[in-house]
Design a protein around this ligand. Structure first.
Ligand code: SIN
Length: 536
C-alpha cells in the first residue's frame, strides 16, 4: 500500500473496518517498528496512539543498546552480567539467546540507517553502564540513542509499502473467539476508551504497547506508558508474570517535572559521583562498585538519602566537566530547561519508575499463552530481566524478540496476498469534559498512591492501603476502558507485591528484608487478581 492510502487512513471520518489484516501491531516504539520492518513484505498495520513514534519510551531512551561487540567481550560474559544482576530470576536460556543475537541486530539497525557513534577507525564506540563488566553500550551522540534510532526506523517504515500506519488511534481491548485472537478494538485517542470501540479484525496481533511507569507519580516514562497491554491481554486470559518488579531509575532529574527527565546512567559510567548535600559520596560505603552498583541498590540508597533529609545529587562538575556539552547534550538540555546548570552545579536527583521487568508471559518466539497473540518489548515478560534489569538490555530485548516474532509469523503466514481496503475512523469521538475531569483527578490519585505505597520500598501496611484505595475507586471512572486497564494493571503489580513475602531485586519490603531461598517467578491470571481483591 502506498503513501496515498496511509494519508487517507488518518483523515477519514466514518466508522467501518472490514479488512482482515494479516498482522496488526499495537504500538509504535522500537519493538513495534522493528517487528513491522522484519515482517515486510507481509501486509502489516501499525496502530500508533500519536504521530508515528512520538511519545514512546524508546524515543526518550538515552543510554543505548547493550551488545558484546567490544574487543575481548563475549555474549557469554554479557549473559553472565545479565544473570548476576537479575536477582536469581533470570531465565538463563533466554539471556544466552538474546546476548548471542545482539551483534546481528546491531548490524540490522546500521542497515536501517542508525548513526551509531564510531571512532576514527570506524569501530563502534562503547559506553559503560552500571553492573556491566566492560564497556558494552552502543550509543548515538553520547545520549541520543533513542531519538536517533527512532528517527531512522520511522523513515524506513514510511518507505516500506507493506506497512500501513494508523495514527492518533488507541487500542483498549482485544477480541478473542474460542481460543484465538480475533482482532483489536480501537478508539480515536481523544475518546480515552469511552463510548463504542470499533473492531479491527486480525488473526495475528502483536502487542508492543510499552511499560507502565506512568502508573507512578514519579516516572521517567511518557504518559502513554500506562501498562494497558498487560490488562488487555489478561482480560482475554493471558498469563502475566513478575508484575511486582518495577525498576526505579536512581537518577531522574528532581525538578518537579512530570514526567521527570532522565540523567542517564552513562554519566556514572564516565565517572560522575552521587553525593549528598555535604558532598559525601554515599555509595562508597554501600557497595564495592559504588556509583556503578546494580540499579536497585543505587535507587534505594538515593531514596534513603532523600528521606533522611541529607539530599541526593549527581555531581558531573568535578568529574565530566565541560565534556558534558559534547557527550551528553540531552542531559544538558533537560537540566537547562529545569533551571539547572550541570556544568556548574550538581544535579538534584530522585528515583523514578522507569521499567517494568514483568509483563505478558512469552516464549522464545514472543508468543503469549493466547493463540495468535505475541508480545514484544517492555510489555512482554521474556524472562531476560528477572527481578532487576541490566542497563540498556531493554532496547536489545525489543529488537531480538521483534526479529524472532517476525520469523515465527513468516513461518505461519498464508502466502495468499491480501487486498488492503481503506480504513475509516470516527475522528470526532471524544470523552465528555465532565468524565474527563473526573478521570484526570482519579488517575493523578492512583499514580500518587502507587508511588507512595508500591514504590522503591514497600511494606504490608502500605500495600493493604493501596489495595483498599483501588477497591474503593469511584465506579464511574471505569466507564473509560483506558482507566479500567490502568486500574487492572495496578492491581496485578499490587497482587504480585502482596504475595512476594521477601525482598529481591527491585521488590524491596521493609517488613520482609530477606530473600526466600526457594522463591520463584510470579505467574498470575485475571482470576488470581479477582480472588485477591475479593478477600476481606
Ligand atoms: C539510562 O540511560 O540510564 C537508561 C538506560 C536503561 O534504562 O537501560
Amino acid at each position: 500500500m502506498g503513501q496515498k492510502s496511509r494519508n487517507k487512513t488518518k483523515q477519514s471520518a466514518t466508522s467501518s473496518y472490514d479488512f482482515q489484516h494479516e498482522v496488526i501491531i499495537v504500538g509504535a516504539g522500537l519493538a513495534g517498528l522493528f517487528t513491522a520492518l522484519k515482517l515486510s513484505p507481509l501486509p502489516t498495520t501499525i496502530i500508533a496512539a500519536k504521530s508515528l513514534g512520538s511519545g514512546t519510551s524508546s524515543h526518550w531512551a538515552q543510554g543505548g543498546i547493550a551488545a558484546a561487540i567490544g574487543e575481548g567481550d563475549k555474549p557469554e560474559t554479557h549473559a553472565t552480567d545479565t544473570i548476576n544482576v537479575g536477582a536469581g530470576l533470570v531465565d538463563e536460556n533466554i539471556a544466552h539467546l538474546v546476548t548471542k543475537e545482539a551483534n546481528d541486530r546491531i548490524e540490522d539497525l546500521l542497515k536501517y540507517g542508525v548513526p551509531f557513534d564510531k571512532d576514527l577507525e570506524g569501530k563502534l564506540q562503547l559506553s559503560k553502564e552500571a553492573a556491566h563488566s566492560t564497556r558494552r553500550i552502543v550509543r548515538v551522540e553520547g545520549d541520543r540513542a533513542g531519538a536517533a534510532i527512532m528517527a531512522a526506523l520511522i523513515e524506513t517504515v514510511k518507505n516500506t509499502p507493506s506497512i500501513r500506519i494508523i495514527e492518533q488511534v488507541e487500542v483498549h481491548k482485544l477480541a478473542k473467539k474460542d481460543r484465538s485472537i480475533e482482532g483489536v478494538y480501537i478508539w480515536p485517542s481523544a475518546a480515552k476508551g469511552t463510548g463504542e470501540g470499533t473492531i479491527l479484525k486480525g488473526k495475528k496481533v502483536i502487542l508492543a504497547t510499552g511499560g507502565c511507569g506512568y502508573l507512578f507519580s514519579k516516572t521517567t516514562n511518557p504518559n502513554m506508558a500506562r501498562g494497558e497491554g498487560i490488562a488487555m491481554a489478561a482480560q482475554i486470559g493471558a498469563v502475566i508474570s513478575d508484575p511486582e518488579f518495577i525498576q526505579f531509575h536512581p537518577t531522574a532529574i528532581d525538578a518537579e517535572l512530570d514526567p521527570a527527565p532522565l540523567a542517564t546512567e552513562a554519566l556514572r559510567g564516565e565517572g560522575a559521583h552521587l553525593v549528598n548535600k555535604k558532598g559525601e559520596r554515599f555509595m562508597v560505603d554501600i557497595h564495592e562498585s559504588a556509583e556503578l552498583a546494580p540499579r536497585d541498590i543505587v535507587a534505594r540508597a538515593v531514596d534513603r538519602e532523600l528521606k533522611s533529609g541529607r539530599g541526593a545529587y549527581l555531581d558531573c562538575v568535578n568529574t565530566i566537566g565541560r565534556a558534558m556539552k559534547d557527550h551528553f547534550p540531552t542531559v544538558v538540555k533537560k537540566c537547562k530547561e529545569a533551571g539547572i546548570d550541570p556544568l556548574k552545579e550538581p544535579i538534584p536527583i530522585a528515583p523514578a519508575a522507569h521499567f517494568q521487568m514483568g509483563g505478558i508471559v512469552t516464549d522464545a518466539n514472543g508468543r503469549s499463552t493466547i493463540d495468535g497473540l505475541w508480545a514484544c518489548g517492555e510489555v512482554a515478560s521474556t524472562g531476560l530481566h528477572g527481578g532487576n534489569r541490566l542497563a540498556s538490555n531493554s532496547l536489545l530485548e525489543a529488537v531480538v524478540f521483534a526479529n524472532r516474532i517476525a520469523a515465527d509469523i513468516h513461518n505461519q503466514a498464508s502466502r495468499r496476498p491480501q487486498e488492503a481496503t481503506s480504513i475509516n475512523i470516527d475522528n470526532e469521538q471524544t470523552i465528555s469534559p465532565k468524565l474527563d475531569e473526573k478521570l484526570n483527578k482519579s488517575i493523578k490519585a492512583i499514580r500518587e498512591m502507587m508511588f507512595q505505597n508500591v514504590g522503591v520500598e514497600r511494606d504490608k501496611k502500605g500495600l493493604e492501603e493501596a489495595k483498599k484505595f483501588l477497591k474503593d475507586l469511584e465506579p464511574e471512572i471505569l466507564e473509560s476502558e483506558k482507566a479500567k486497564n490502568m486500574c487492572l494493571t495496578a492491581k496485578f503489580i499490587l497482587t504480585g507485591a502482596i504475595n512476594r513475602l521477601e525482598s529481591r531485586g527491585s521488590h524491596y519490603r521493609t517488613d520482609k528484608t530477606e530473600k526466600i531461598k526457594t522463591a520463584k517467578r510470579t505467574y498470575l491470571k485475571l482470576d488470581d487478581i479477582e480472588n485477591e481483591f475479593n478477600k476481606s
